[in-house]
Design a protein around this ligand. Structure first.
Ligand SMILES: Cc1ncc(COP(=O)(O)O)c(C=O)c1O
Length: 319
């Protein structure tokens, strides 16, 4: 491929995202944690530090999703009460002079989900609550209707899972060659609505790296799966192609492996995740129970055999 930095510039020029984050996010070696896990090398991609106002890994996509709209736009989106995507949308939309209406289902109470829910309540113009994930579509309809009374509306899919946002995540992957001398064996990340994994995996293929991306499924299979993630990546590649930026799409050789980390359900802590959280916190790393802890728990299991040099995608920013 051409120079990744040049390609990033070309993509930014073509799609004109807004600027919300500080790029590149750091890639930090974590040698003590690597020793504790029994791998030769571990680096943390600090997506949690994407923006001082918060939003974690979701800031990448929001730069593309919140761009190019008229002032005072009302963004409507959906997720759990502890959704960083919902909070990130509300915070960054407000900073750009827009408003946000949320449709949310209640998720299990954890320290982090409570903090995110409280921050959402402060930042969103309006929240419509669903009883549970199954009735979320009804809450979305109500939110959409009520947003119409506030101004011109714009829908953002749950989790920000949209091809434009995937392009933002693709740029994250393109940062890696300037941050590490050699491709890692694996990149481990939590898999929710798939946009993050789609962009990072597309970057791995565009770089021609032999790296495997391991998406640890933390949401139900209907939301978090390989097919949906590949389809998001394909749609992002087609979007870039419409701007004359061609990224080869590897089809069935798409190097994403999806593994199950869900446990009892979305947002429910697992014993493995809690153990992972304890180990990480001994090394100064704070993981959230819904995403990071479950992904890190899988990394602990993976740390053997052919997986020796790993990048862990650290996504959660506490509000
Ligand atoms: C903290 C955190 N990590 C990881 C993810 C998963 O990202 P994606 O939905 O793009 O798969 C999310 C999604 O909301 C998240 O909030």
């Amino acid at each position: 491929m051409s120079d990744p930095a040049l390609l990033s510039q070309k993509i930014r020029a073509a799609l004109a995202p807004c600027r919300l984050g500080a790029w590149p996010t750091p890639l930090e070696p974590a040698p003590a944690l690597a020793r504790a896990l029994g791998v030769a090398g571990l680096c943390l991609k600090r997506e949690d530090r994407a923006a001082a106002q918060g939003g974690g890994n979701k800031v990448r996509g929001l730069e593309f999703l919140l761009a190019g709209v008229s002032p005072g736009t009302v963004f409507v989106t959906a997720g759990g009460t502890g959704s960083t995507h919902c909070l990130g949308t509300a915070v960054h939309a407000a900073a750009l002079g827009h408003r946000t209406v949320l449709a949310q289902f209640r998720q299990p109470d954890t320290v982090e989900s409570r903090a995110v829910a409280a921050a959402c309540a402060r930042r969103a113009a309006l929240i419509v609550h669903a009883r549970g994930p199954a009735t979320l579509p009804l809450a979305v309809l109500a939110a959409w209707r009520r947003a119409g009374t506030l101004g011109v509306r714009r829908w953002i899919p749950g989790g920000g899972a949209h091809p434009r946002a995937v392009v933002g995540q693709f740029l994250a992957g393109l940062e890696l060659p300037t941050q590490m001398a050699e491709p890692p064996d694996a990149i481990v990340l939590p898999l929710g609505t798939g946009g993050t994994a789609a962009g990072v995996t597309l970057a791995v293929t565009a770089l021609g790296w032999p790296t495997r991306v391991v998406g640890v499924r933390v949401a139900p299979r209907i939301v978090a799966n390989r097919w949906r993630t590949m389809s998001l990546a394909l749609r992002a590649a087609r979007l870039l192609a419409r701007h004359r930026i061609r990224i080869a799409f590897p089809g069935s050789r798409f190097p994403l492996v999806v593994v199950d980390g869900l446990g009892r359900g979305y947002g429910h802590p697992t014993p493995e995740g809690e153990a992972a959280g304890r180990l990480a916190s001994e090394h100064g790393l704070t993981l959230d129970a819904t995403y990071g802890a479950k992904a890190f728990a899988h990394l602990m299991r993976l740390a053997s055999g052919d997986v020796q040099r790993v990048v862990f995608w650290h996504t959660f920013a506490l509000p």
